[in-house]
Write a protein that binds this ligand. Structure first.
Ligand code: NGQ
Ligand code: ZN
Length: 454
């Protein structure tokens, strides 16, 4: 149980609040809800820092992608579980209590399906259980190598599934659903999914939405998440200018515009990155209730561009944060850079809070919580025993109170201020240490050393 002198329940502070159950009571001065991480490719953690050396030409997102593909090619289920478990421990220690895993590494390294087509998905589920983080598993449909419908390259063959194989995978994963493990659907990107395939998957996903009964019974039913809320739908979109240009050239519309013209985009959707938007696209996303899935440290690392935050917030858009490639694993850093990117280009301060006297830290943490839960498929009335406790002993928190503590947490620290983390009602991190971190880190080290040795 957590007994907090000051508990932030967006958007107000409660005094002397008790949350969670059990006799293992922890007293704390400042606590706040744990953050959902709405976008992760776990395997990429094992290459963080290995693409920061200049190549022969101009480096870009596309040259980084080749390095990423090469590192993916040697990872099987055991390696994936070891890497993901270590990553998820790091996430918990940083203050993330739930992760949406955008998972497309389905096939064996030779591009053929594993004997169990869900082998890689099950590795992710096992890793989340070991670490104790909540999971929304998003198996990804990936079919083509570009807008022109070209076949997958050899390195992309590990990602490829037919629509039928994909829907079977999603359906089979339903057996693993629980309070802590949810399943959604994902389309890798417009360039990787033909329009007809997109329609089939969306029809199947809608069969699970809590819609009026006459709208049920879409072409194909999946027995995933009976009785739960609607199924989240994630897609990468408009991250790179090259992608916007290709979409304009091949489909006659910008990516976000094309998506809104061809799908019922609503609050089930998470549009990952959505970096390059015109005004109409920005307003369409905001009005739809879809979540803009922002990954500022990855977007910076890959040279994607800057999301138009102020206009989007003024249009009452919903957003959340993800650590994506895991070049950094910290909600503090994502939110700090989300705000700082805007300060640097606008030459103004305090962008994320749109009302006078409102705390920027509270605005950022509150917005990303709301959007993160929505993207994870966690309903607003679904109470989560997911909390983080800040380190009372840090000199940074001396003489700080409710008014300033979240701003200090997000903007003033270098050493993380997250001391304890409750996830799913259990203390997974106490005094900066995760319950099982030594074992999980040792296995990660062995795994990465073996991968590096080839
Ligand atoms: C991914 N990551 O799927 O891991 C992508 C790169 C692609 C980001 N876009 C591959 N950050 O988009 O084709
Ligand atoms: Zn991604």
């Amino acid at each position: 149980m957590l007994q907090a002198e000051h508990l932030w329940t967006p958007h107000e502070w409660q005094r002397d609040a008790a949350v969670g159950q059990g006799t293992d009571t922890l007293r704390a001065r400042f606590a706040l809800p744990g953050m959902p991480n709405l976008h992760s490719h776990a395997f990429q953690r094992a290459m963080a820092g290995l693409a920061e050396r200049r190549g022969p030409g101009d480096d870009s997102f596309w040259t980084w992608r080749e390095t990423m593909y090469a590192s993916a090619s040697r990872i099987g289920p055991d390696q994936l579980q070891a890497i993901a478990a270590q990553l998820y421990v790091e996430m918990l220690k940083a203050g993330y209590t739930h992760v949406c895993e955008f998972h497309y590494l389905h096939n064996a390294p030779d591009g053929k399906p594993y004997a169990d087509p869900a082998a890689m998905s099950r590795a992710i589920i096992a890793a989340a259980r070991e670490a104790g983080i909540g999971l929304t598993l998003l198996p990804v449909l990936y079919m083509t190598g570009g807008f022109d419908g070209r076949a997958l390259s050899d390195r992309q063959k590990r990602f490829g599934l037919s629509v039928d194989a994909y829907l079977e995978l999603v359906e089979s994963l339903g057996a693993h659903e629980s309070e802590r493990v949810r399943v959604g659907v994902a389309l890798h990107s417009l360039r990787a999914v033909p329009e007809t395939a997109m329609r089939e998957v969306l029809a199947a996903a809608s069969a699970f939405s809590p819609l009026p009964s006459e709208r049920r019974g879409a072409p194909r039913r999946m027995r995933v998440r009976p009785g739960r809320g609607s199924m989240p739908i994630h897609i990468h979109i408009a991250e790179q200018i090259g992608e916007v240009q290709d979409c304009l050239g091949m489909r006659g519309a910008r990516p976000v515009q094309w998506l809104f013209d061809h799908a019922d985009v609503d609050g089930r959707w998470c549009l990952v990155h959505a970096t390059h938007l015109d005004d109409a696209e920005l307003r369409a996303i905001a009005a739809s209730g879809a979540v803009a899935g922002l990954c500022p440290t990855t977007e910076a690392n890959l040279g994607d561009g800057l999301f138009p935050l102020a206009n989007y917030l003024d249009a009452r858009g919903t957003l959340g944060i993800g650590s994506d490639s895991h070049i950094s694993v910290s909600p503090v850093e994502e939110l700090r850079w989300l705000e700082y990117g805007q300060r640097l280009v606008t030459r103004h301060r305090n962008i994320a809070s749109r009302t006078p006297d409102a705390s920027v830290g509270e605005a950022l943490w509150g917005a990303a919580l709301q959007g993160g839960h929505r993207a994870a498929g966690i309903a607003e009335d679904d109470v989560r025993a997911d909390f983080i406790v800040l380190d009372d002993a840090s000199p940074l928190l001396a003489a700080r109170d409710e008014r300033s503590v979240i701003d200090v947490f997000l903007f003033a620290g270098n050493a993380p201020l997250v001391r304890d983390v409750m996830a799913g009602g259990e203390w997974m991190v106490r005094d900066f240490r995760h319950r099982d971190e030594a074992r999980i880190a040792a296995r990660y080290r062995e795994t990465v050393e073996a991968l590096a040795a080839g």
